[in-house]
Write a protein of this length. Structure first.
Lengths: 142, 120
């Protein structure tokens, strides 16, 4: 699997020197992900499920999840830019997997569409049934 | 009636203005030129504003052609990059990173798209 990864040199180390460079790398990664969106939608046949703008929103939401990693005092032993580099590496790996069709459609839909709340998963079988059953399905405890 | 025709025979009356402006408008469309499918400024403005309004975090009522993404709409830098990517998708462009960093507000975006030769 080394060959497909070397095609994408964007998120590869050397480590970023300071926070501004790490920030620039985050934006470069985001742009690369957005530019590969048409390919992704084509591979996994997501044209009817979700729009590219919604997927962009999902990607930015995932990046924003880790936006709190900017405080140098919270991580005294490791530099913040190293942590950001690691998160970028994982993101790059995920993007490469998705573009290489190493994932499947239900992964993408489960993680990025339903997971971010873009499309509500209305269980048509459960509609009209009792509240007790609905609560029972969600959890054992009230 | 006779006086009128007699006077008209001796004068040259210019063509009326509305006809002329119509011909002027038609004269700007060249049928076989490949350089004329450039977007009009108003169309660019409308489409850019549509893109910004469709952004989920933006309040559509606040969007005007001279709004700044971070200062007026309260977005952060990641949202700015996302809006620029949405504009790239809408106009089928590819904006290089250095230029994309400078596009910070609606008027800059409109100007960049309008000046780009490949926007469609």
């Amino acid at each position: 699997m080394a060959a497909p990864f070397t095609l994408r040199k964007i998120g590869v180390p050397p480590n970023s020197a300071n926070l501004t460079e790490a920030r620039r790398r985050v934006f470069d990664f985001f742009r690369a992900a957005c530019r590969s969106l048409p390919t992704v939608m084509d591979i996994y046949n997501l044209q009817d499920v979700v729009a590219p703008s919604q997927l962009r929103f999902a990607i930015s939401a995932q990046i924003r999840n880790n936006a709190h990693v900017t405080d140098p005092k919270a991580l005294p032993l490791i530099s913040v830019s190293l942590v950001i580099d690691l998160l970028l590496f994982k993101g790059m790996e995920e993007l490469t997997d998705i573009v290489d069709h190493a994932k499947q459609r239900h992964h993408i839909i489960g993680q990025y569409v339903v997971g971010e709340g873009l499309v509500q998963n209305t269980g048509s079988k459960d509609q009209g049934k009792s509240d007790f059953l609905k609560n029972f399905y969600t959890s054992n405890y009230v | 009636m006779a006086l009128r025709t007699a006077v008209l025979r001796h004068l040259r009356v210019p063509v009326t203005g509305s006809n002329q402006s119509q011909i002027g408008f038609l004269g700007s469309i060249r049928a076989f030129s490949s350089h004329d499918d450039h977007l009009s400024k108003q169309e660019v403005v409308d489409r850019v504003l549509d893109v910004v309004k469709c952004f989920p975090k933006v309040d559509p009522a606040k969007v005007t052609p001279d709004v700044h993404f971070q200062k007026d709409l309260g977005l952060d830098s990641l949202d700015t990059v996302e809006i620029v990517m949405a504009i790239e998708e809408e106009f089928k462009l590819e904006i290089p990173d250095k230029e994309a960093e400078k596009v910070d507000s609606c008027p800059l975006a409109i100007e960049y798209v309008f000046n780009h030769p490949m926007s469609s």
